[in-house]
Design a protein. Structure first.
Length: 490
């Protein structure tokens, strides 16, 4: 690979730019973060050689390729921002930090219904309605996808009412966050879980090491949350081999109607061409990246597209505003059945316990054999406010508010806080921006969340992590999971 310099935000090649021009270009994407940015940092010692591992960490019958020690990847120049290690879940009374976006599932359902009305899709199925998109931030842009998928899983598991005991198991003794997950995994190693992974990674807390779905399996199993892995090897199948993967995902998300005797999987969906289910999102990993899968659509030709929450693709500002407005319009209930006040100005967000990074970039796991930088976009600046008058547009000014975390201490509201204002007295007028008009087009909106067969076909090995939503693991079951195992399909 060449020593090409690309913008970590928009992907533009910057080889022809001077250093000052590169700096100016990148800073335009993150003007609200300029003071917290370092000028540049080189990503050194990133390993790209490929070795094969399977979920049980034995040689042969590979699952997902992972980095191999000793081969260096030619570094690209990236910006590194201030470390903001937050966690949030929908039942929490605090406002979502800027990387967290609730309320997208209802918006996607509306867009899918619009596409069905146009005759572009036959059916679609979506996961649990209160699933949250969690995007990577500037500080973890080159290595955080596995961690952010973990946060998406935790945010929904700590909100869902079907297995309420998952909440205390995930929240205690330390609640989820990126740095806390690293501590979780090290604690699992110390308890005898995944000794091969412990030997390969050596140390995880405070580093920038990649993790994969097998590491998340270890973390959840250690906490007693039932989790399963499925490996897909498509290399031995014909051109339609990707159907092995998509059929499994369709079967997972499609509601099961025991009273329906139909042999057609899609005929079991009766109420609507677009269905929101109680199924938890799943994590799909391949060499180089991982995503959270939130459902699927079947287009007018019968072709299946997966619907994803990609941590490498932050939500555009106008779409995030609309999603949060949708989220606020619905009641919020925690896992104990208590109703929270949806006025987020009466609560706050809090930073979780974190551990400083030392820049170590060695990594194991089945997460990546090459570094793929996605394109973070700007988030809500600190002068964006959320309108409670029922309009989608936001006013342009706000006042900072003091806030207290539902479980933590007090802090002053930061750039990550969404501020609520009442414009009923209003001299403020709203107008539709080009971005907002684009968001109202269902085709343009859905394009951001689709993963089609062409993209899926570029890889031939995938691994899925899913939650069967069974009772918490007994101590015997937990101890039996000290070695990573998976179901293999080919």
């Amino acid at each position: 690979m060449s020593n090409s310099v690309d913008c970590a935000v928009c992907g533009r090649n910057l080889d022809q730019y001077t250093v000052s021009q590169r700096e100016y270009h990148c800073n335009q994407h993150f003007s609200d973060d300029i003071e917290s940015m370092k000028r540049y940092s080189q990503t050194n010692n990133i390993l790209s050689g490929s070795s094969t591992t399977n979920s049980s960490r034995t040689k042969g019958d590979p699952a997902v390729t992972s980095p191999k020690r000793g081969n260096k990847w030619s570094p690209k120049t990236i910006l590194k921002g201030k470390e903001r290690d937050f966690f949030w879940y929908p039942a929490q009374a605090s406002p979502p930090p800027r990387c967290f976006t609730p309320g997208l599932i209802p918006l996607l359902k509306k867009a899918l219904l619009g596409m069905h009305t146009r005759g572009n899709i036959r059916r679609a199925v979506l996961c649990y309605e209160r699933a949250v998109h969690v995007s990577r931030d500037l500080w973890d842009a080159s290595w955080g996808c596995g961690y952010r998928n973990f946060l998406m899983s935790c945010s929904v598991l700590m909100d869902q009412p079907f297995q309420p005991m998952y909440f205390p198991m995930l929240d205690h003794p330390i609640s989820p966050s990126i740095r806390n997950l690293q501590v979780w995994i090290e604690a699992a190693w110390a308890a005898g879980f995944d000794m091969e992974g412990a030997e390969q990674l050596k140390r995880l807390a405070g580093t920038d090491k990649w993790i994969g779905t097998s590491d998340l399996w270890v973390a959840f199993s250690f906490r007693g949350v039932p989790t399963e892995l499925v490996d897909f090897d498509l290399s031995k199948r014909d051109s339609k081999g990707i159907e092995l993967l998509t059929d499994w995902i369709i079967n997972y998300f499609t509601p099961k109607d025991s009273s329906c005797a139909s042999t057609n999987l899609y005929d079991t969906i009766k109420a609507s061409p677009v269905t929101i289910t109680d199924r938890m999102p799943i994590i799909l990993q391949h060499s180089g990246h991982s995503r959270t899968i939130i459902g699927y659509e079947v287009d007018k030709h019968g072709i299946v597209n997966l619907l994803t929450f990609d941590p490498g693709n932050p939500i555009l500002q106008e779409l995030r505003k609309a999603a949060i407005n949708t989220f606020l319009s619905s009641s919020t209930t925690n896992t104990d059945g208590r109703t929270h006040d949806t006025q987020l100005n009466k609560s706050s967000a809090s930073q979780q316990q974190t551990f400083s990074s030392n820049g170590n970039s060695k990594r194991r796991a089945s997460d990546a054999s090459e570094l793929i930088l996605k394109r973070p976009r700007p988030y809500l600046p600190d002068n964006d406010v959320l309108d409670l008058t029922g309009e989608d547009d936001f006013a342009g000014t706000s006042s900072k508010q003091q806030a207290q975390h539902i479980r933590g201490g007090a802090h002053q509201a930061s750039d990550d806080d969404v501020v609520i204002v009442d414009r009923s007295s209003g001299n403020n007028k709203t107008r539709k921006t080009p971005e907002k008009r684009k968001n109202e087009d269902p085709q343009a909106l859905l394009k951001r969340f689709r993963l089609d067969n062409k993209k899926l076909g570029k890889k031939n090995k995938y691994q899925i992590l899913y939650f069967p939503m069974t009772a918490p693991l007994t101590e015997w079951e937990r101890q039996a999971r000290k070695n990573v195992t998976s179901t293999k399909l080919s």
